[in-house]
Ligand binder design. Structure first.
Ligand code: UDX
Length: 436
């Protein structure tokens, strides 16, 4: 098989489009198929609705190598390796909803030369069950490890590429590996069986989420003992066995992956009869972090009934308009439950958030949200919030109080501007030196 064989992509969502753009950038012909005619037409006109740095430019630069289509036939005719990038959202019970994956499989010919390459995050065991249903189809698990906001760079410079295949599908796995060869040393490839590849994805996300919940609990203890979690995380991170990433304390993780994958792994384990105790706590701590924000507000304001609280930021992290499982959703509901009036501003996600948070007042700017507010809660660390003139903000608010849910603002700047400042595990004063 030629090193330059065409790549098929099923599902032109965020993962599918990044995969399309990056494989085209590596020089491959890419055929991307989506069931939504409107989306395919827009993409064919060069319109990209997703906010992902560098993606639209990369798609445009490689337009000659990319075909968008709604036709499964065109896809099957043009490509052998079919990267399945449909979403697997959580069900109410926390399991992954595999209906879109199942719909893709149902569309594929039972006996074919094609290779189903699973990029979507699926519970361990999914590959095995698809192989049972479709014995003629070669199956490779190749999970994605892309972060929103840096997805293009993550694809082009991955820490690793995982290629999982079972006996009989070795040639298919080699063909997938060959696609990544142009990444050179940037793309170390790990070959495993399918179940292990599936577990690597779930375990990686669950471990990162565990790191976050761990540092959040350390932050809570820091508050009690007069330590500063930023210093503690720095000191911990210098130990190479621990590493410095994913140790930023705050109001917890959100997004389309962590909450979903952590509960999917917990459910998956539960379905086998194994109770994943640690992940139960990871999830609980993530929920409790939002409650602590409410507690911090109450500490300063007493009852929140009738108090106007400004949320700065709504997206689950900066540089995205993604509201999926955003901490702001939980926080807004909790504040409203306590009787507060909630006003919010996000530089990018306000529109999308407005549809989800119908009882929250959406402001056009940070200043408009802060005007007359009894407190501000920084939810998403957008750079523009750091650049606000906080002395002017203090004058416009009814009460100068900031709860910094991301430890993003400079407490000294806020104090000079006349604010009461609450971070997460941060000390408002220098940590005392203990002599033993
Ligand atoms: C994540 C994984 O990083 C990626 O490998 C996977 O494929 C998809 O899920 P993403 O959801 O884009 O990527 O976001 P990420 O940057 O990992 O952040 C997730 C959440 O954790 C955010 O809400 C972020 O604010 C929070 N976070 C992250 C912390 O609270 N503290 C940290 O130290 C790091």
């Amino acid at each position: 098989m030629s090193e330059r064989e065409a790549v098929g992509v099923i599902g032109a969502g965020w993962v599918g489009l990044v995969t399309t753009a990056c494989f085209a950038e590596l020089g491959y012909e890419v055929i991307a198929r989506d069931i939504l005619a409107e989306k395919v037409e827009a993409l064919s006109r060069g319109e990209v609705a997703i906010h992902e740095p560098g993606l639209a430019e990369m798609l445009r630069r490689n337009v000659e190598r990319i075909t968008f289509t709604t036709s499964m036939e065109e896809l099957l005719d043009g490509a052998r390796l079919l990267f399945t990038c449909v979403d697997t959202p959580p069900t109410y019970s926390g399991d992954a909803d595999l209906s879109r994956v199942r719909a893709v499989v149902a569309d594929l010919p039972a006996d074919s030369d094609h290779v189903l390459v699973m990029k979507s995050t699926v519970p361990a065991g999914t590959g095995e069950s698809i192989r049972r249903d479709m014995p003629g189809l070669a199956y490779v698990s190749c999970p994605e490890f892309l972060k929103e906001g840096t997805a293009v760079a993550d694809f082009m410079h991955p820490d690793r590429v995982v290629v999982g295949a079972d006996a009989g599908d070795e040639e298919a796995a080699e063909a997938v590996e060959a696609l990544y060869a142009p990444l050179g040393a940037d793309g170390e490839i790990l070959r495993t069986d399918v179940a292990s590849a599936e577990m690597i994805k779930l375990a990686s996300n669950a471990f990162l989420a565990t790191k976050i919940s761990f540092i959040n609990e350390i932050a809570n203890v820091c508050e009690e003992v007069g330590a500063d979690v930023g210093e503690v995380a720095r000191g911990m991170g210098l130990d190479k066995r621990i590493g410095s990433s994913f140790l930023r304390a705050g109001i917890g993780y959100g997004g389309s992956c962590f909450p979903k994958d952590v509960s999917a792994l917990k459910m998956l384990a539960g379905n086998t009869g194994y109770h994943f105790q640690l992940l139960t706590s990871v999830i609980e701590v993530n929920e409790l972090q939002k409650r602590r924000v409410v507690g911090k507000l109450e500490k300063h304001l007493g009852s929140l009934i009738g108090k106007r609280i400004a949320l700065l930021g709504l997206a689950f992290k900066p540089d995205t308009d993604d509201m999926r499982e955003a901490s702001s959703l939980v926080l807004a509901a909790r504040l409203q439950g306590e009787g507060a009036e909630v006003v919010a501003y996000d530089p990018v996600a306000s529109g999308r958030a407005g549809e989800m948070l119908t009882s929250v007042e959406m402001a056009d700017s940070a200043m408009a949200a802060l005007e007359g507010a009894d407190a501000a809660v920084l939810v998403t660390e957008w750079a523009e919030f750091r650049d606000l003139d906080w002395s002017v903000v203090a004058a416009t608010m009814a009460n100068p109080l900031v709860v910094d849910g991301r430890n993003f603002l400079d407490p000294a700047v806020l104090a000079t501007a006349g604010f009461e400042y609450e971070g997460i595990g941060r000390q408002p004063r220098p940590a005392p030196t203990q002599v033993y």
